[in-house]
Design a protein. Structure first.
Length: 313
C-alpha cells in the first residue's frame, strides 16, 4: 500500500522506461531539495466521516498529472511519435493505456475501503487497477526502429540518445522521434511527467500521516476491533502486507480479513481521520513549497494545451 503516482506508459513497460530516461531536459522542472515543514503536527479543523474514498481527493493532486491530463498528453505523444516514425518509413504508433480508467491518489492508498470489493477480491484492488491501466504489448522493435525512435536496450541504457545520426540519408532528430515529440509537448515550459517536488510531497506526507498520534490512535482502535474478530494486526498497513496474500487468487482467509478490516475502518472512521490528517500535512508542505509547485501546475497546463493542438480537447 503506497501512494499512486502517474506514469508515462508507452509501447511496453520496458520501452516506456527507456523513453522516460531519454526525455529532454525540459520535461520536468529542475530538481532541488524540497523544503520541509515545521515539526509541530498540523491542526485538523474537521474530521468528516468517510466510507467511500472515491468522493475525496488530496491537496497534492492539483500538482500531479490527472488521468485526464495523462490521457490527452499521452495520446498526443503517441500520434506525434507515429508521424515522426512514418517519415522514416516505419508504420509504428505506440500503444497508449486508457488513462481515463486510472484512479486518483486515494483509491488504493489506504487499503480496502469498499465492503463489496473486499468480499470478492480481498486485497487485490491494486493489482486489478494496474492490469486495467497497462496497454497491450506491442511487437518487438527492430534495431533500426529503436535507433530512429531514440531508445536503447537495457544494456545500452547509459548510452547517449542519437545526435546527428542518419537513417537512409535522413537525419534522425536529437533524441530520436521520442525526443522530437517531447520537445514539442514541452515547448514553452511544459512538463509531461510528474515533478519530483510533487512526488515528494505525495509520498513524504503519507509516511508522516502514519506516524501522527491521531492516526496511530485510530490504528489502535482498528487493531482492537480486528482482534475481536480473531485477526491480529497492529495497523492496516500490516494487514495489506501480509505475505499470505502473495498468491494468484485471494483465499477465503484473505477475503475474511479484508472484509473485517473494512468493517473496523468504518466503525472507527479510520479513513476519515487518516485523510484529514494527511491532507493537513500536505497543505503545510504545499505552502512551504508553493513557488516550485505553482511552476509545476503551470508546466502541466502548458503541456496539456500543447497536446490539445495535436489531438484536440
Amino acid at each position: 500500500m503506497v501512494p499512486v503516482r502517474s506514469t508515462q506508459l508507452s509501447i511496453t513497460a520496458a520501452l516506456a522506461l527507456a523513453l522516460v530516461s531519454g526525455m529532454t531536459a525540459g520535461c520536468a522542472p529542475p530538481s532541488s531539495k524540497t523544503s520541509t515543514r515545521a515539526a509541530a503536527p498540523p491542526v485538523v479543523a474537521e474530521t468528516p466521516i468517510i466510507e467511500d474514498v472515491s468522493d475525496h481527493s488530496l491537496p497534492v493532486e492539483k500538482y500531479l498529472m490527472s488521468p485526464t491530463e495523462n490521457d490527452r498528453i499521452e495520446r498526443a505523444r503517441s500520434k506525434l511519435i507515429g508521424s515522426c516514425m512514418k517519415r522514416f518509413g516505419f508504420d509504428f504508433t505506440p500503444n497508449t493505456p486508457d488513462y481515463k480508467k486510472m484512479s486518483g491518489q486515494v483509491t488504493n492508498r489506504y487499503g480496502p475501503t469498499d465492503p463489496k470489493i473486499a468480499s470478492s477480491l480481498g486485497y487485490r484492488q491494486a493489482k486489478r487497477q494496474v492490469e486495467e491501466e497497462v496497454s497491450p504489448v506491442q511487437s518487438p522493435l527492430s534495431a533500426d526502429m529503436k535507433n530512429v525512435l531514440g531508445i536503447r536496450d537495457e544494456s545500452e541504457k547509459d548510452a547517449p540518445s542519437p545526435t546527428g545520426d542518419t537513417y537512409r540519408g535522413m537525419r534522425i532528430p536529437d533524441g530520436g522521434c521520442a525526443g522530437e515529440t517531447d520537445r514539442k509537448l514541452t515547448r514553452g515550459g511544459g512538463i509531461i511527467q510528474d515533478a519530483e517536488v510533487a512526488i515528494e510531497v505525495n509520498f513524504r506526507n503519507f509516511e508522516r500521516s502514519t506516524k501522527d498520534v491521531r492516526v496511530k490512535k485510530s490504528f489502535a482502535d482498528w487493531a482492537r476491533c480486528m482482534k475481536g474478530r480473531k485477526f491480529s494486526y497492529k495497523t492496516p498497513i500490516d494487514a495489506i502486507n501480509d505475505p499470505r496474500w502473495r498468491t494468484d487468487t485471494p483465499s477465503a482467509l484473505e477475503i475474511a480479513t479484508a472484509t473485517a478490516e473494512v468493517e473496523c475502518k468504518q466503525r472507527h472512521n479510520v479513513i476519515g481521520i487518516w485523510v484529514s490528517v494527511e491532507s493537513a500535512y500536505e497543505r503545510e508542505d504545499i505552502k512551504v513549497n508553493a513557488k516550485q509547485l505553482n511552476e509545476v501546475r503551470k508546466g502541466i497546463d502548458i503541456a496539456f494545451k500543447n497536446a490539445a493542438s495535436v489531438v484536440g480537447a
